[in-house]
Design a protein around this ligand. Structure first.
Ligand SMILES: Nc1ncnc2c1ncn2[C@@H]1O[C@H](COP(=O)(O)OP(=O)(O)OP(=O)(O)O)[C@@H](O)[C@H]1O
Ligand SMILES: [Mg+2]
Length: 382
């Protein structure tokens, strides 16, 4: 399909029909930026495929502990649409925080703020002087990611939270497919005019996300309380230092029921607007190590680039990386963010004064090499 305003012949390489970009391919693209989380990504890939091919895609809600990749998934949906040429008509992706959609003082929902954010993005993509038709089309195809949705619950600290109710009800109405009048400007016969677009939100795709922090404890308590009747799974793991341990594993995905979300403070009608609750897993040690060594914004890679500018090659021994990942996994409430804290602590003295640590080797070509070994990591993590 040619992007709006262009004929197929203007595009250099032939574009694939959208039907040919199968969920498997979409999954592969998302994987470049999201490590682990395969089950969640396969749902996301199918939903994106349906959305892009004009089928009913369904909206989904990402639930997962802090630092496990919810916002990263949203960013990667945006990156996917931005980089795959065939998806040009879908590039309008907006990521916003749920609290931006309400006015707390007046306890009002502001759906127009969402549309304004979408419109802004649409204008960047359409370029100057879009027509009313082009704007409407672009906005209606948008993907709207609403992050931090869990901060908008109906109860906070045991008290009713009216703004949460207003936010969930407002958003559910939009997600249901409403025709919303939206005032803006567009070009017509060489002139910019005031117009009102009738935006139908039915074709938009909504991706919401939240950590639902208390939910984890809430479900854990329900499952483990006496008479709960369920036993936690346990895994045998081998640590980087060669010890074997049996660890009880509690994964929200194994036990979560819709009822838990209502008790948490989500409006049942709102939750029922989602076709799928997509649960992210807590990151395993192996995935954390992978994120440390290879993800786009890995703290190790950032330091590597920084030291490169000083003529120093940074290496991280395999065991050292495992030890950092293992420690990060223990800080289960921070997810992959723990990697950054830990690594920054380890690397800071070297970034402060790389030549003062007495550990540089000659790497040839006038360069030097700095290797962070297991001993250095153990010393800092002790
Ligand atoms: N699955 C993952 N793959 C790659 N990087 C990840 C993954 N999960 C987390 N990260 C990295 O960890 C950091 C935090 O991740 P992210 O912002 O996606 O967390 P989140 O789930 O949105 O957490 P929060 O609930 O606190 O907002 C990012 O820098 C990201 O690069
Ligand atoms: Mg986030």
């Amino acid at each position: 399909m040619a992007p709006p305003g262009k004929t197929a012949t203007e595009e250099a390489p032939a574009l694939r029909p959208l039907e040919e970009i199968k969920p498997e391919i979409i999954f592969g693209e998302l994987k470049k930026g999201v490590l682990g989380q395969d089950p969640a990504l396969s749902f996301v890939a199918v939903a994106l495929f349906k959305h892009a091919t004009g089928r009913v895609s369904g909206n989904f809600l990402l639930i997962g502990s802090s630092g496990t990749g919810k916002t990263t998934i949203m960013n990667n949906i945006q990156r996917l649409y931005d980089t795959v040429p065939e998806y040009r008509p879908f590039r309008v992706v907006t990521i916003l925080n749920a609290n931006l959609l309400v006015d707390s003082e007046r306890t009002e929902f502001h759906g127009d703020r969402m549309l304004a954010a979408v419109e802004q993005r649409a204008r960047v993509i359409l370029g100057p002087e879009p027509t009313a038709e082009e704007l409407k089309e672009s906005i209606e195809r948008a993907t709207v990611c609403v992050d931090e949705i869990d901060k908008m619950t109906t109860m906070v600290l045991g008290r009713p939270n009216p703004i949460g109710v207003v936010m969930q009800q407002g958003l559910l109405t939009l997600m249901e497919g409403e025709v919303v009048p939206y005032r803006t400007f567009a070009w017509e016969n060489g002139e910019e005019k005031k117009i009102t677009l009738e935006i139908n939100t039915r074709r938009m795709m909504f991706v919401c996300g939240g950590a639902f922090e208390g939910l984890y404890d809430q479900v854990y308590d329900r499952v483990t309380k006496r008479g709960g009747g369920q036993k936690l799974r346990s895994d045998t793991i081998r640590t980087a230092d060669g010890q074997v341990r049996v660890q009880q594993r509690f994964s929200l995905a194994d036990y979560l029921k819709l009822q838990d979300l209502f008790i948490f403070g989500m409006v049942p009608q709102f939750i029922s607007r989602f076709d799928k609750l997509v649960l992210l897993e807590d990151l395993s040690i192996a995935t954390l190590k992978e994120i440390l060594l290879h993800s786009y914004d890995s703290p190790f890679i950032r330091s590597k680039r920084f030291l490169e500018t000083l003529g120093i090659e940074l290496e991280l021994e395999d065991l050292a990386a495992s030890l950092i990942a293992e420690r990060a996994a223990k800080e289960s409430r921070a997810g992959a963010r723990a990697l950054r804290d830990l690594f920054t602590e380890i690397i800071n003295p070297y970034e402060f004064d790389p030549w003062g640590q007495g550990t540089l080797e000659d790497a040839g070509d006038g360069k030097q090499r700095l290797t962070i070994g297991a001993e250095t990591v153990r010393k800092v993590l002790k």
